[in-house]
Design a protein around this ligand. Structure first.
Ligand code: ADP
Length: 566
């Protein structure tokens, strides 16, 4: 039962009870002459009370209606405000005529038409002409109240065509069967998707056409994709490769492959790692592998891309080149030896002939004229023979030393030795031999300088330096020998006040048989310094020369120290 029926019924019952009960009470207790007067007051009271009740009810009801009308008006105003000021373009059109019925500011702003222009148009007028048939077909379909219409193309007043995502809502608009449209511009998103699709297609084309084998692995090293070049290189089909651990990894390269995958998953880009891989027929090929991680938006490595290049041919050529280089070096060595022998032969003809001629003449004279010769002449002839034999013997020694090292290898027998001791002995011996012409000074204050060295080779080398200093210095001049040291090496210096060496000859000075142009008639064979350098290099040291023409020369031997000299 409705509330108004219940209220009316209650009023009827209460009013009837009031009239009957109040009349009964009045006739029972009131004085008869006053009954009429009291009834008049009772009726007036009844009218006042019911009037007040009626007023309260009507006031409550009208107030409620006013409030709901105000709320409805407010809600319409709010809706209109939201419609007009919505940042997304919105409009309402008549479902039957397709005419625009209302349009918001965003639509006016974006599409470029004024409100009046919009209201004079149909929704077909903002479409590219080729899209209109599809739109008309869509508009005639039965539609739900709320519908996501998908992406459509709209044309602005300036001719630009944009992609919009449409949401529609069917409604009654001022008596029209109408549709409210919300159009969101998604041109950028669609262009980005198109660009991504295009770039994926281009990438796919590159991968398919690439002459390099290209693989994509997951972080567990399982093949996710491979290109035709990979099939050609290894001999397996893509269907056999994808989804499995690479079958072309030989057992001995398994750990290496896992390491490459791990490093790439750690973010490393590996470039041109050279290794070997196995073909389906079991043969091995040399490959160069480059890998890079593919990271997701959060930076986590989700895949690895690997490019594999067959470098078997290059490796074969490299090996060939190495072999050629080895042969070239061997040939050079052979040529060098031949040149050395050639120089030796020409030197022999020069250097050996003269002393032999002297020996031959002297011994011939001794043989033929011994009896007629004075004692002095005989002694002089014997001395000449001995000097020249000694000269020949020394030269032969030098040649043999050089040739032995060049062709057979060094005869190097290092022992722990004291250089101070060795040099001191050499200085004493040489001083005795040249005491009439030269003075040799020993400037060293170091008590001991121990190294690992071959005493025979070192003695021969230092002897050569000392005898050169004597040979190329004028009589009465002084020769100095000194040993110094620094952190890592011992330096033995032989200094003279001799003829010096022309600067142009310095760089060839250590070549066998080379003699400076200023030697004049001073005897020599150009082998001594070559032997010195050979010996010094065998000890891991260096030979240096400083010289000034007409002033003197300083030869320094630097040898690695065996700990600090004492
Ligand atoms: P040799 O002295 O028998 O000619 P070396 O090999 O010992 O052969 O020396 C090569 C050349 O270096 C010498 O011919 C000479 O021109 C030059 N030379 C070596 N030592 C000295 C020196 N102390 N002073 C000047 N020239 C020197």
């Amino acid at each position: 039962m409705k509330i108004e029926t219940r209220l009316s019924l209650a009023y009827f019952i209460l009013a009837t009870l009031w009239i009957i009960l109040s009349d009964a009470v009045l006739s029972a207790v009131a004085i008869p002459e006053l009954v009429n007067t009291i009834q008049t007051y009772k009726g007036a009271l009844f009218v006042i009370v019911t009037s007040l009740l009626l007023f309260a009810l009507l006031h409550w009801e009208f107030e409620r209606r006013r409030r709901s009308e105000r709320a409805a008006l407010e809600s319409r105003a709010n809706f209109r405000y939201l419609f007009l000021n919505n940042p997304l373009p919105m409009w309402v059109y008549d479902l039957e005529t397709l005419q625009f019925l209302d349009v918001n500011e965003a639509a006016i702003d974006q599409y470029g038409y004024s409100r009046d222009e919009f209201l004079s148009m149909r929704i077909t007028d903002i479409r590219p002409s080729e899209d209109v048939p599809r739109l008309l077909e869509h508009a005639t379909r039965d539609r739900p109240a709320l519908q996501h219409g998908g992406v459509w193309r709209h044309r602005y007043k300036n001719g630009d065509v944009v992609s919009v995502d449409i949401t529609s809502h069917r409604l009654d608009f001022a008596g029209h069967d109408a549709v409210l449209i919300v159009a969101q511009n998604v041109t950028d998103r669609i262009s980005a998707q198109d660009a991504l699709r295009e770039s994926n297609a281009a990438l796919q084309a590159v991968i398919l056409a690439a002459p390099l084998a290209i693989f994509r692995f997951n972080p567990q090293g399982i093949i996710q994709l491979c290109n035709p070049a990979a099939e050609r290189l290894f001999g397996w089909n893509a269907s056999e490769l994808v989804g499995s651990f690479p079958p072309y990894i030989g057992a001995e390269y398994r750990d290496e492959f896992i390491d490459i995958v791990k490093r790439t998953c750690g973010g490393e880009i590996i470039i041109s790692h050279e290794t070997q891989r196995m073909r389906k027929d079991g043969s091995f090929i040399h490959v160069s592998i480059s890998t890079a991680p593919i990271q997701d938006a959060g930076g986590a490595v989700k895949e690895i891309i690997a490019m594999v290049m067959d470098i078997t041919e290059r490796k074969r050529m490299e090996a060939e080149l190495l072999e050629q280089e080895r042969l070239r070096l061997a040939l050079n060595k052979e040529i060098e030896l031949r040149n050395l022998r050639g120089r030796f032969m020409s030197m022999v003809s020069h250097e050996f002939r003269n002393p032999l001629a002297v020996i031959s003449t002297s011994t011939g004279m001794l043989e033929r004229y011994y009896d007629r010769m004075s004692d002095e002449s005989r002694q002089a002839s014997f001395a000449r023979v001995q000097t020249h034999i000694k000269y020949l013997a020394e030269m032969l020694d030098d040649i043999l030393t050089l040739l032995h090292t060049e062709s057979i290898g060094p005869d190097f027998q290092p022992v722990s030795l004291d250089l101070v001791d060795l040099c001191k002995r050499l200085v004493t011996e040489t001083s005795l031999q040249v005491q009439e012409t030269h003075q040799i000074e020993w400037l060293t204050h170091v008590p001991q300088a121990s190294i690992q060295g071959d005493p025979k080779l070192l003695q021969q080398a230092l002897n050569n330096l000392l005898s050169n200093a004597v040979k190329y210095s004028p009589p009465e001049s002084t020769i100095q020998m000194e040993i110094t040291w620094d952190d890592h090496q011992i330096n033995i210096q032989v200094k003279d006040q001799g003829i010096g060496i022309p600067s142009g000859d310095l760089k060839r000075l250590f070549e066998p048989f080379f003699r400076a142009e200023n030697v004049g008639s001073i005897p020599g064979n150009g082998l001594g310094l070559a032997i010195v350098q050979q010996a010094v290099e065998l000890h891991g040291g260096q030979l240096q020369v400083e010289s000034e023409l007409g002033v003197g020369s300083i030869f320094t031997v630097h040898l690695p120290a065996n700990g600090h000299p004492a």
